[in-house]
Design a protein around this ligand. Structure first.
Ligand SMILES: Nc1ncnc2c1ncn2[C@@H]1O[C@H](COP(=O)(O)OP(=O)(O)OP(=O)(O)O)[C@@H](O)[C@H]1O
Length: 770
């Protein structure tokens, strides 16, 4: 326990009793310790205090109490021995006294208990991997040796004579008692006749006995041999011959050339030790870490380093002031210091712990080289959009799930790094929920999502040309209109059914209420947003859908290979809740997909390499981001899954729209009216406006449509709408009143009415004739 101030008169006042008294007084967490202390006695006193408080929080915040404030004695004692009786600055001890705060009892602490059973026993995926591994190993060994049987037979044949010679040699040595020969020779060398006689006699006895044994054994052996050769069934004889030949073959081998080769050369799992980790951290050029490494204190391991999936896991408490993000920033340096490929080294924060807790997972294999795990829903199972579905695996091969309901998703990456594959997993999951209505637009035109045609309510695949963009816009308008319809439908429901004013599984299940989930997916959405004609409207529609859709059961999933502000409106990207960023080239694209400051905070999809296909940083699906690899589902597999999804939908009666063979009514061009726009830009009470002023205001309203329009252009555009521009007295662009070509409100109102009636007549006539 450290104090900042002390009584300068407590020379001998450091007995244990007095120290205890002080602690007792401090039970109410407000012990007062006067300032101006004697350094000698202070040390002694500290020892007493420290011995009591050793296991508790070490740091003490001291607070000086001003003289005036000290008049209030509630929390502070005054120094009773001060010379002038005046209060001096006092210190409030703020450390809790042992036992005074319930949270400090061991049973109150949030200790992390390690699992009783190892992961492979409790985790089905790990167990399954172990069983598959063992099965594969047996199969491989059987195949390996079966293929080499002729080779082994040849080797045996070559080695049998040598084996026979060795057996005979060993037998002769045994019968002749060859092992005692050196002793006899030694006796001869020393001219020790007595010893030599003794040894020779013993050898002679031994030889006699061994010859007798040989004779006794030879009779049954020769008889057995005769039986085998002349009387035993052929297979038995052959088997015994093979056995004998193999034995002789093995005896004829050499140690450096074994008869049977190794089917598996065991790869050494590189170890991870605390020394390696500390040395690696020490090489990252962080002064706080360097000080800790030098002093040998400050970096601790709260758990033993252990195997976790196909790699090692180290939980590390970094020195005070260093955060897990500081280390994530230097992943490349860390990988270099650990002498491991970058794809093996994964430093992460622990979301359940403090900022200085680093979880370092070092895989045995580069993530990109690990075998792809099959999608658990590939052959069986159904999805509920209200529940998380299997989307990817993390570095350790564990399943990562995604809950898309009430959210939106943005996928961004450079071309050919797995956007469409990742999007396809999401869409296949949506397809396996027969209640979901799907709008799928693939604007690259390569047919990557064609399999989904069988289940999609609206579908179009085209290379970002007019038909593709018109179809996508039509779909977006349709879904946008749904927002209004659904909001009203939800409002009409009894209050007890819409407790949170959002779509629930119960509400979605009632098809007739029209509140089932809708998933809208646009692959290569940059084609739409950067289009001059549709871009503005697409942004408006997507923004509304992305903001209001989730509560109404509508989810937007966008994938783009150009995540920049021109191709992906910031309003749209900022509102996407779930983000997946596969490999990108720069910080801007990285932050555009993952959110502002992501790069600075160590989330760097720029560090993925060429081979990291399908690997990206997933954010917004859980408390902490994760590095994941989306499940790999190729075209033919996707076809099979969609067939199953279609069967589910047929059974549920939810095959609609495109999947049911309908063609939607797709109108070309943006759906807005020039007359309505003019009405919108005329201020209330403004009866007449100059054409130039109208053009300026229209440009402000929809720059992508009206940019560069002048009075003549406006007049031409208005002619077919039965509105003529005329000379009007009004304020010009310079603010001064003048007589120029313009529009009168009365004419505009008339033209709008006429056009509305014409439109209605057209559509009624259409219906009548259609
Ligand atoms: N999860 C994955 N695991 C392994 N390989 C993958 C994975 N996802 C994608 N790939 C590989 O990456 C290649 C490119 O994937 P994909 O077609 O999804 O890229 P993309 O980013 O959509 O490309 P583009 O921008 O040209 O459309 C695929 O052909 C596939 O071989």
């Amino acid at each position: 326990m450290r104090f900042i101030g002390r009584n300068n008169h407590d020379d001998n006042d450091h007995s244990g009793d007095q120290a205890d008294d002080r602690d007792d007084a401090g039970q109410a967490m407000g012990e007062v310790v006067p300032l101006h202390r004697d350094p000698v006695t202070d040390d002694q006193d500290n020892e007493n205090q420290d011995s009591q408080a050793a296991p508790r929080v070490q740091d003490v915040i001291a607070r000086e109490v001003p003289a005036a404030e000290s008049a209030a004695p509630a929390d502070y004692d005054l120094d009773p021995d001060s010379d002038d009786g005046e209060p001096v600055a006092a210190v409030l001890r703020v450390d809790p006294v042992p036992g005074s705060v319930p949270g400090l009892f061991p049973w109150d602490r949030t200790d992390e208990r390690r699992e009783v059973l190892p992961l492979w026993l409790t985790d089905a995926t790990t167990r399954k991997a172990a069983v598959v591994w063992a099965g594969d190993m047996v199969k491989h060994k059987a195949k390996f040796h079966a293929a080499r049987t002729p080779l082994y037979a040849g080797r045996v044949a070559v080695r049998v004579p040598r084996g026979g010679v060795r057996v005979m040699r060993d037998y002769t040595r045994w019968v002749s008692d060859a092992e005692t020969r050196p002793l006899r020779l030694e006796a001869v060398r020393k001219a020790d006749a007595l010893e030599h006689m003794k040894l020779a006699q013993k050898t002679a006895d031994r030889q006699k006995a061994r010859l007798a044994i040989s004779g006794a054994v030879a009779v049954p052996v020769l008889a057995g041999l005769a039986v085998v050769v002349f009387a035993a069934p052929v297979p038995v004889a052959v088997l015994l011959a093979i056995g004998a030949a193999s034995w002789l073959g093995v005896r004829g081998g050499t140690e450096d050339k074994p008869l049977i080769g190794r089917a598996v050369v065991t790869g050494k799992v590189p170890e991870l030790t605390s020394d390696m980790v500390i040395r690696a951290l020490g090489s990252l050029n962080n002064s706080l870490i360097n000080n800790a490494v030098k002093s040998g204190r400050g970096i601790t391991f709260p758990n033993p380093i252990h195997r976790d999936g196909p790699g090692w896991r180290a939980d590390i408490d970094l020195p005070y002031g260093v955060t897990a993000n500081d280390i994530m920033d230097k992943r490349k340096g860390l990988a270099s210091a650990l002498r491991r490929p970058l794809g093996c080294v994964w430093p992460e924060p622990d979301p359940d712990q403090h900022e200085g807790r680093l979880v370092l997972w070092v895989g045995d294999k580069d993530m990109a080289k690990s075998p792809a795990t099959p999608w658990p829903l590939a052959t069986k199972g159904k999805v509920s959009m209200f529940e998380a579905f299997a989307f990817a695996t993390d570095q350790r091969g564990r399943m990562v799930t995604l809950l898309l309901m009430f959210g939106n998703m943005l996928i961004g990456a450079m071309p050919r790094f797995g956007k469409t594959f990742a999007l396809r997993v999401v869409l296949l999951a949506a397809a396996l929920d027969p209640t979901v209505e799907m709008y799928v637009y693939e604007l690259k035109g390569t047919g990557d999502l064609d399999s989904l045609e069988q289940v999609a309510h609206r579908f179009h695949s085209g290379p970002g040309d007019d038909p593709a963009l018109n179809a996508t816009m039509a779909g977006l308008r349709e879904v946008h209109a749904e927002l209004e319809t659904r909001a009203h439908a939800l409002k009409r429901l009894p209050v007890d059914l819409r407790k949170e004013n959002k779509v629930t599984p119960e509400i979605a299940a009632k098809r007739s209420w029209g509140l089932y989930p809708i998933v809208v997916a646009i692959d290569e959405c940059q084609e739409l947003f950067s289009d001059k004609t549709h871009g503005g409207e697409a942004e408006e529609l997507c923004l509304a859908i992305i903001k209001r859709g989730p509560a109404l059961g509508i989810m937007l999933v966008l994938a783009t290979q150009r995540p920049d502000s021109d191709s992906l409106p910031t309003g749209v990207s900022a509102n996407a809740g779930i983000r997946l960023c596969l490999r990108v080239m720069g910080q801007t694209e990285n932050d555009m997909v993952l959110g502002t400051s992501s790069y600075k905070n160590g989330l760097r999809a720029t560090e993925f390499s060429l081979k990291d296909k399908g690997i990206g940083i997933l954010k917004g699906h859980a408390d902490a981001h994760q590095t994941v690899r989306s499940y790999y589902i190729d075209g033919p597999q996707a076809e099979q899954i969609v067939k199953r999804a279609r069967a589910l939908r047929e059974a549920a009666g939810t095959i609609t729209g495109h999947a049911a063979g309908e063609t939607p009514d797709v109108k070309a061009g943006p759906q807005f009216s020039l007359l309505d726009d003019i009405a919108a830009v005329m201020a209330p009470g403004e009866e007449q406006v100059h054409s130039e002023v109208i053009c300026d205001r229209l440009e402000e309203l929809r720059a992508d449509v009206y940019k560069g329009w002048d009075a003549t252009g406006l007049a031409n555009a208005l002619k077919p709408l039965k509105l003529k521009t005329d000379q009007v007295w009004a304020a010009g662009t310079d603010g001064k009143n003048a007589n120029r070509r313009g529009i009168k409100r009365a004419d505009l109102t008339k033209a709008r009415a006429t056009n509305t009636n014409t439109k209605r007549d057209d559509s009624e006539g259409g219906e009548a004739t259609g």
